[in-house]
Design a protein around this ligand. Structure first.
Ligand SMILES: C[S@@+](CC[C@H](N)C(=O)[O-])C[C@H]1O[C@@H](n2cnc3c(N)ncnc32)[C@H](O)[C@@H]1O
Length: 400
């Protein structure tokens, strides 16, 4: 087997989130194997992820659990044995390797289709889901995430994980506890509204924290459908309204604004509105970033970055990183304590960045302003959020 083939198998086994199981079997002609078959799977022992290796021959079955650096060593040991067949299953792919007598490997890979397998004790399984799918749940069925017999639909598994990861983040945000109920929430660019329904359900029904939620989107047909579903469920404090984010005028000042995967500058609109309304909490998962990219394409960029800017893909990623860095920094300047984090594993969605902001301090932190000015001057760009919040930034001495 070649190094890259060995690496492929090893990486799949060491993939903590995706690895489901592996089997090593068959004996290459002319070689002796100590075991007829070896099965490998992840297990959780006292909250620590281990690799469980079961060595089988005709007389015995020995199971051992390894963790830390042992996992790497034992995987290498297995790969060095003269097995003729290795199968590895991850949440994404199935890898089948057949090795000839001379050690030449034929590798077949295919993407997993249909129900995505779940690691028996994966990271996700370790964390209890906030909206459990252990039994049929009317909420999950209403959103067509779960079938009437209690299965999560294969094409909705990612959405289900995303809902739970988002709710976990909300649940872990201590400032939410400090808001006197009812908590008023606006979801900007709510789209098909799975997360809008989920946050309403979680707060009102699971943690029993009375909350109102308004979802807004420019798609009128979707808003009509979602209002009908809210009515059908009898969720009277959940409603949907057709509006551009920037035009929306809430009846009650929202405590929390969420904008999950709102396209391009819609994210800036949501952040700007949240700041103008004085929302205590902001959760924003940006989507595509075109506005800054366009400015970067139109004007000369710092020469020192040529090796990065030469490559379209790197330039694009740099534009994304800068856009979100500017957004986070502007939020800090206007008084929000801001984190930027990954809210769901990248294999579930590549749009997995979350900006979480909690209003905490008076606006105008001099250090944040100085850092912001340096970055803006260096790149010679104007972030769209700065244009939208010109008044607020000017008030603390940041000229647009
Ligand atoms: C990718 S979807 C995300 C939907 C949902 N938030 C989610 O995470 O599943 C983005 C939604 O934002 C809406 N949208 C985009 N720009 C908007 C704007 N300026 N005002 C209101 N809605 C907007 C689109 O119509 C679309 O439904």
């Amino acid at each position: 087997m070649k190094d890259d083939e060995r690496r492929l198998i090893k990486d799949a086994i060491l993939d903590e989130d995706g690895f489901v199981k592996a089997t090593f079997s068959g004996q290459r002609r002319g070689y002796e194997l100590p075991w007829r078959r070896v099965a490998v799977r992840p297990v959780l022992i006292k909250h620590v992820r281990h690799l469980q290796v079961s060595y089988l021959d005709d007389k015995q079955d020995i199971t051992k659990n390894y963790h830390g650096s042992q996992v790497d060593e034992k995987t290498d040991e297995l790969l060095a044995l003269p097995f003729s067949q290795i199968n590895v299953l991850t949440t994404e792919r199935e890898i089948q390797v057949q090795i000839s007598r001379k050690g030449v490997a034929r590798v077949h890979q295919r993407r997993v289709v249909g129900d995505i397998p779940e690691p028996s004790l994966s990271h996700d399984r370790e964390k209890p889901r906030l909206i459990s799918a252990d039994a049929p749940d009317p909420f999950l069925m209403a959103l067509e995430i779960q079938t009437p017999d209690g299965r999560i639909r294969a094409n909705k598994r990612r959405k289900y994980l995303q809902i739970n990861e988002f709710l976990r983040l909300v649940a872990d945000t201590a400032a939410l506890e400090e808001i006197a109920p009812p908590v008023h929430i606006v979801d900007c660019g709510c789209g098909s509204a799975d997360l809008t329904f989920a946050v309403y359900h979680y707060l009102n029904h699971i943690v029993e924290r009375p909350s109102t939620v308004v979802g807004i989107d420019v798609k009128a047909d979707l808003m009509t459908k979602k209002n009908a579903l809210a009515q059908e469920l009898g969720w009277h404090k959940l409603r949907f309204q057709v509006s551009r984010i920037i035009d929306f005028e809430p009846e009650v000042i929202p405590d929390m604004v969420m904008a999950l995967h709102a396209c391009d500058t819609a994210t800036d609109e949501a952040l700007a509105q949240a700041v103008r309304w004085g929302a205590r909490l902001i959760f924003s998962a940006p989507c595509c970033h075109h506005h800054l990219q366009a400015q970067m394409a139109d004007q000369p960029m710092p020469q020192v970055f040529q090796p990065v800017l030469r490559h379209g893909i790197l330039k694009e990623r740099l534009g994304d990183v800068l856009t979100d860095s500017f957004r986070a920094q502007i939020l800090r300047i206007v008084g929000y304590s801001t984190d930027v984090m990954e809210f769901i594993a990248p294999e579930h969605t590549d749009k997995n960045l979350m900006i979480r902001a909690v209003k905490q301090a008076p606006p105008g932190d001099p250090q944040m302003i100085a850092e912001y000015r340096s970055l803006v001057d260096f790149w010679g760009v104007t972030p769209y959020l700065a244009t939208l919040l010109k008044k607020q930034l000017t008030a603390v001495g940041v000229e647009g």
